[in-house]
Design a protein around this ligand. Structure first.
Ligand SMILES: Nc1ncnc2c1ncn2[C@@H]1O[C@H](COP(=O)(O)OP(=O)(O)OP(=O)(O)O)[C@@H](O)[C@H]1O
Length: 613
């Protein structure tokens, strides 16, 4: 059984619990109002019976000259008419209040559950969550499940309402003759069965199509997202990509439509069969009235009752099957919330053993026999690497595209764990360290850095939250990253919103965004022992790039620094250069040593140098 398995009952229990956590007051009020209003339909039927019998008796004496006065002379008739009017009035106003409370309940549930899902995804320790199709499907289905959970409260209340109306109806119809409720129920059983089966099939189709749905969403992002907008138009890709989206949609729709058509036909057949179950009790009552056993009032009460009983049974079935379907759909929410990073298959290690084995004599970073493959792909992206990085050493990782430099940098940041081998930091295996502890001790500038849709202050200050409101620290970081001049021109200074999607947002050039990312990293430099810069200057002009490298050299002087770069003229500033090829380290040494070696590095360096001549 999959570790993510959750039974339907567990999912139901947790869904209800979550609803109560999200909106306890609303749920209580709706339940009470529903309970009260469910007494209305049987009461109306009962009052109608009394009214019809009273009127039949009065009519037997001849037509009334003054009907209003006559009603007032008959207290029972007066009270029951008043009762019917009042019940109708209250039923409408209660419905209005209930629908108002439902709106607020829906919003609360959405906010609460979505918040939990966002929290789980944003705090999920391992970014493999975004690369594993199985996990991505769960995220996708959980997002859909959030909408379903909102509906669950409505369905539960409808079911409750059905039950409340059903009980008095059963008791009353039982009093006519015992077999009436039984025959109604029995005729509905096949309809219940096929309906549940149909719902399950629909859910299974939805489940198996999660990956198609995800692919469709990717095309949606390309067609609608601003980062693709320019190339989409310049290369005329709109129709091609739209057709791809449409073909995926068709594939999904056709399969679902097949299940729907087949299901509707079967459900229709059995619903008609169950409708026939009403005929027998109805005919029986008409005969009994004609035989003089029942009055006309009884006829109105009992036929109304039978129809009400059937209707509430049907309501119960359809809301029961909605409930079934909804609980199935909410299951992924809890599968996602229960997800633990160790479920990622290539992280097989014994944490307790790792925690105990600490070698205090090993300072710096020791990469020992490390190999790594991305999930779902057996190719060794890092292939048995061994490397020791001394304390205070600056290393430049170089190599051709796809050599595995970024992957190695990501292993050092613990964004992934090695498939085999170990990485020790000051004698301790990285996997035995708390991730928050690691992240607080390292500074990273990624190749694909983030552009937060917030203010300049936050884009920089997010690097070190305690200094978010420390203007001096933020301005220092901006100055060091070479952004001082640009900031001078921003009307709102540090409070300027960045990103053109924001109403008053200012857009920056690629190089400016990169300098913001560097400034963000510089914010946390004082608390960092390890610096990892992956192509940190790719978008910078040569002058700024040189300045930034000098800053790196400076700040790296009493820490371990690893810089991934294709600019070999700058890589030579490092203490040692590590050359990678196809996931392996092929050369290690200083610039002069490697040039003397006449291997891959000298070839790359000479090629780059010649392109400047
Ligand atoms: N998230 C991922 N999932 C699967 N494969 C990946 C992933 N990221 C990278 N790869 C693969 O790993 C290999 C090494 O990529 P990596 O980014 O580490 O190379 P690199 O040396 O940094 O390249 P570049 O110089 O182009 O940045 C590539 O073949 C790439 O296809």
């Amino acid at each position: 059984m999959s570790p993510l398995y959750l039974s339907l009952f567990q999912a139901f229990k947790r869904s209800v619990l979550m609803l109560f956590q999200a909106a306890p007051k609303e749920l209580r009020n709706i339940t009470l109002l529903t309970l009260a209003s469910s007494a209305f339909p049987p009461l109306v039927l009962l009052f109608n019976k009394i009214i019809i019998n009273e009127i039949s008796n009065l009519l037997a004496r001849g037509a009334a000259a003054n009907p209003i006065a006559l009603i007032f002379q008959k207290p029972l008739l007066l009270w029951t008419i008043g009762g019917v009017v009042l019940l109708n009035l209250f039923s409408d106003s209660i419905n209005t209040i209930v629908s108002f409370i439902f709106t607020s309940l829906r919003d609360r549930v959405q906010g609460f559950v979505q918040g939990r899902v966002f929290h789980k995804v944003a705090n999920y320790e391992n970014i493999a969550l975004f690369e594993n199709p199985e996990l991505l499907n769960i995220v996708q289905l959980a997002e859909k499940g959030v909408q379903k959970l909102e509906q669950l409260s409505f369905i539960m209340i409808t079911t409750l309402n059905g039950i409340f109306i059903l009980i008095p109806s059963i008791l009353l119809s039982w009093s006519i003759t015992w077999w009436i409720p039984l025959i109604l129920l029995a005729s509905l059983i096949p309809a219940i069965y096929v309906e549940l089966k149909y719902r399950k099939q629909c859910w299974e189709v939805e489940n198996t199509q999660a990956s198609i749905n995800r692919e469709m969403n990717l095309y949606k992002d390309v067609l609608m997202g601003d980062s693709y907008a320019k190339e989409l138009r310049l290369f005329h890709l709109q129709n091609l990509l739209l057709e791809r989206w449409q073909s995926l949609f068709k594939r999904m729709f056709i399969k679902m439509e097949q299940v729907r058509q087949k299901g509707t036909a079967i459900v229709f057949f059995w619903s008609t069969f169950s409708g026939a179950g009403v005929a027998l009790p109805f005919v029986y009552i008409v005969i009994e009235v004609l035989r003089g056993v029942y009055t006309l009032g009884d006829l109105a009460l009992y036929t109304g009752l039978i129809l009400q009983l059937r209707q509430s049974l049907y309501l119960l079935i359809s809301s029961g099957s909605d409930l079934y379907n909804t609980v199935l759909s909410t299951t992924p929410i809890f599968q996602l919330l229960d997800l633990q990073p160790q479920f990622i298959k290539n992280n097989k290690f014994n944490l307790n053993t790792l925690k105990k084995t600490v070698n205090k004599n090993l300072m710096g970073i020791h990469i020992k026999n490390v190999s790594f493959s991305y999930l779902g792909n057996n190719k060794q992206i890092i292939d048995n690497i061994n490397l020791t990085i001394q304390p205070n050493e600056m290393i430049a990782l170089v190599g051709e595209n796809g050599a595995g430099k970024t992957t190695l940098a990501k292993l050092l940041c613990c964004l992934y764990y090695p498939t085999s081998g170990e990485i020790l930091w000051n004698g301790r295996d990285l996997r035995s360290l708390d991730l928050n502890e690691i992240y607080s001790r390292i500074t990273v500038v990624m190749q694909d850095y983030a552009r937060f849709p917030t203010t300049l202050r936050e884009n920089v200050g997010f690097g070190y939250l305690p200094s978010l409101h420390d203007d001096t620290a933020i301005r220092d970081a901006i100055n060091q990253a070479g952004m001082a001049k640009e900031v001078e021109y921003l009307a709102q200074g540090l409070e300027t919103l960045l990103g053109k999607q924001l109403e008053t947002g200012v857009d920056l050039s690629g190089g400016q965004w990169q300098r913001i990312a560097i400034a963000r990293a510089l914010m946390r430099i004082s608390s960092s022992e390890l610096l990892i810069f992956d192509e940190p200057t790719a978008a910078l002009d040569p002058k700024t790039e040189h300045e930034i490298y000098n800053i790196f050299r400076n700040i790296a002087s009493n820490r371990i620094a690893i810089v991934v770069s294709h600019r070999l003229a700058l890589a030579r500033l490092a203490d040692r250069i590590v050359v990678m090829e196809k996931g392996r380290i092929i050369e290690v040494g200083t610039h002069d040593e490697l040039m003397g070696l006449g291997g891959q590095y000298s070839l790359m360096f000479n090629r780059q140098a010649s392109s400047y001549q």
